[in-house]
Ligand binder design. Sequence first.
Ligand code: ADP
Ligand code: AMP
Length: 216
Amino acid sequence: MNLILLGPPGAGKGTQAARVAERFSLAHLSSGDILRAEVRGDTELGRRAKGYMNAGGLVPDDLILEMMSRRIGDLGRASGFLLDGFPRTAVQAEGLDQRLTDSGRHLDRVIHLIVPDAALELRLTGRRSCPQCNAVYHTTFSPPRQDGVCDRCGAALAHRTDDQPEVVGTRLKMYHEQTRPLVDYYRRRGVLADIDGERDVDAVTAAIVAACGSGA
Ligand code: ADP
Ligand code: AMP
């Protein structure tokens, strides 16, 4: 099964992706996590992407399409995937379609997580992220057992530069302008499932699993 998690920053894509990928044994490909690893590794891609990311903008389509096509290509043909944070523009969605057609794959479901902007601002400014294993926490909604330390791997948690209040507004604007139109693109294709992402984490996971059917 091949899935996309579509939704604004802070909608819970990363939180849900970890659970849904495990539930259906899918490879989880998060464009944001991949880019942050490139930035940490000070690679050429990381150096080119960093400025856009810190300012809350989108990394150019050609860089993203090359990066994600390579990652999807690296997966064995038998492996299903769950895309998180990609595609984010019409050009990326069309590029992905082409890539999938060329490799004889198709999309089974696009999960659209719906959360209003006011809730997103609270989620993003309180988010704490593990730079080592990519686990996600929230200072109020899902705090780690020990303040500032990842439950899973023990690394020090980070407050992402792009989760500072002054950058969050730009990211939400980019979402509404560039990414939100993809909801209609996939709805027309008959693969979209609208999910209320404002409920608690378990309820959202259950709704996603139900929307994906048996996973066959
Ligand atoms: P995204 O990957 O879409 O940007 P995340 O999964 O990182 O979003 O979640 C953003 C923040 O919101 C995190 O701090 C996370 O702990 C919190 N969060 C995720 N899902 C929920 C939920 N259903 N209710 C409350 N907080 C949530
Ligand atoms: P995320 O972790 O999904 O919130 O992504 C963090 C940042 O990485 C975004 O604000 C963008 O700057 C960049 N990014 C991630 N995915 C993409 C994408 N598909 N297209 C363009 N930029 C992206």
